[in-house]
Write a protein that binds this ligand. Structure first.
Ligand code: PEP
Length: 254
């Protein structure tokens, strides 16, 4: 693998009580303390961020959020801004997750707004792209990924990608138990890097691209061993400390 920064980020989605989130964070912190070469990130629900941050205070595990509004403040009932999340100690923000795109109708332009807002507050966006099964089967994989990527590149500029983590998450593999094969994933990761290199080879070579979609301890090593896969964005398996730690170990070992 190239010497790019590797990350494993756990997307806890809308799961966990305050107590279970703190316990999970503490277990992840202890279980990954001796690992090197991988940045470990946990993304609890926003309401648990402060307590999770306290639980992992002296560890190298970082906290991320799952969503933010793109404005700093205003009359947006129920929303949180990137600056508010940053105040709470969030260093990362998942943006453009397929659940946000599909269930909440987020457009490429809104995703670009959010990436821009995160970068404006020194929060690293984990910017997700990925195709549905229908799009893949219709032969539109490349066009879909290109459109999702281009919206953000046009908004923030390619140089800003020095502070962006990209996550390739085929929608058909999220929470379904269907993982893209290491070869399928590698093909798209390489394609993303090629698309970015049309703007800047330097940035494209350095950007970390995570794979997400039913990553488990049993398939993590094969996925993370691919040349253009720099770690993972983990959903279901991130809710189990032992599984998540094993996935972090796999990323550290490759
Ligand atoms: C996700 O939601 O980002 C994800 C990858 O989920 P899972 O690992 O459960 O497929």
């Amino acid at each position: 693998m190239a010497s790019r920064a590797k990350f494993v980020a756990g997307n806890w989605k809308m799961h966990g009580s305050l107590e279970s989130s703190v316990q999970l964070a503490s277990a992840v912190s202890e279980g990954t303390a001796s690992l090197s070469g991988v940045g470990v990130i946990v993304c609890p629900v926003s309401a648990h961020i402060v307590s999770v941050n306290q639980a992992i205070e002296n560890s190298s595990v970082k906290v991320g959020a799952q969503n933010a509004h793109h404005e700093n403040s205003g009359a947006f009932t129920g929303e949180l801004s990137a600056s508010m999340l940053s105040d709470l100690g969030c260093e990362y923000l998942i943006v453009g997750h397929s659940e946000r795109r599909q269930l909440f109708g987020e457009t490429d332009q809104q995703v670009a707004d959010k990436v821009e807002a995160a970068l404006g507050h020194d929060v690293t966006p984990i910017f997700c792209v990925g195709e549905t099964l229908e799009e893949r089967e219709a032969g539109n994989l490349e066009a879909v990924i290109n459109q999702q990527l281009s919206a953000v590149v046009q908004r923030v500029g390619i140089d800003a990608f020095a502070k962006v983590i990209v996550a390739y998450e085929p929608v058909w593999a999220i929470g379904t138990g269907k993982t893209a094969s290491p070869e399928q994933a590698q093909e798209v990761h390489a394609m993303i890097r090629t698309m970015l290199s049309s703007h800047s080879t330097e940035v494209a070579t350095a950007v970390s691209i995570l794979y997400g979609g039913s990553v488990k301890p049993g398939n993590a090593n094969d996925l993370f061993s691919q040349a253009d896969i720099d770690g993972g964005l983990i959903g279901g398996a991130a809710l189990d400390a032992d599984s998540f730690i094993a996935i972090c170990q796999a990323a550290s070992a490759v």
